[in-house]
Write a protein that binds this ligand. Sequence first.
Ligand code: HEC
Ligand code: HEC
Length: 240
Amino acid sequence: MLHMNSRLLAVASAIAIFAPAAVAMGSKPAEDEDAVTARIAPVAKLNVVAPEPAKAGTTGNRSGEEMYNAVCHVCHAPGSPVPTSPKFGDKAMWAPRIGVGLDVLTKNAIAGKNAMPPKGGAADASELEIARAIVYMADHSGANFKEPTAGGKIASSERSPEDIAKAACFKCHENGEKGAPKLSDMAAWTQRASTGLDALTKSVIRGHGNMPARGGLADLTDGEVKATIAYLMKRVGTAQ
Ligand code: HEC
Ligand code: HEC
């Protein structure tokens, strides 16, 4: 190795000395240019060994896809050996997470959660970049999040009624668990729907019988509760 380096150095200085001398004398170099290029090639190569600047967008403004490819894929790619991380494209693993909303997911990803380190280990990532990466992964896994825009705060409600229902309501209302009126039970819903959407909304916000307040999703807004009830009722065919 040492021998090799000193030889390259010798070649480099030989060219450095030889080239200006040839020009000063007004004569053509003894060798043609191709030969010189070939001889300095190893030296020229040495100059580009320094790492190239990252091709991804500027830090602070990377796209979700760039973030995923640079950081998140290590644990979230389908083939990742990390067992508990929701995998890219795995709708079943993402569904309950999508339901809690982009805002909460972003907070959790920034703070870190169980085996996931804060920001997935990318300490220099901005909140916006983390949110974009989540949107990129989640939207390829059944979500319908909108990409947050630079500057603006991430809207607290990026989840659709369907997302919420999947995350919070179906678990009781699909099979009638804990005595919940089943979605297939048209009669039960028609009866309840007769009190009106506003009354039902109040009832769900408060909690009712075996149903916890807001169906157990404490951070649901009143509007989200209402929209989700309307969605459920559409599913049983009694939408108002
Ligand atoms: C070192 C492995 C690792 C890396 C890197 C990683 N994650 Fe995770 N992530 C996990 C694990 C493990 C979980 C599951 C945590 C749990 O619910 O127990 C997770 C869960 C999540 C969740 C769901 C959080 C919730 O509330 O359930 C989001 C969102 C997420 N990751 C986003 C990201 C983003 C965005 C990146 C890239 C910037 C990233 N992760 C990089 C391991 C990782
Ligand atoms: C833990 C199980 C459980 C979950 C989760 C749950 N529900 Fe319920 N829900 C019930 C039960 C049980 C009832 C019937 C309560 C009664 O009439 O005593 C009910 C009743 C209702 C009613 C009728 C209320 C009324 O006043 O008659 C609506 C509307 C409703 N649920 C909507 C939802 C929505 C929307 C979600 C998700 C955000 C949800 N539920 C999540 C168990 C659940």
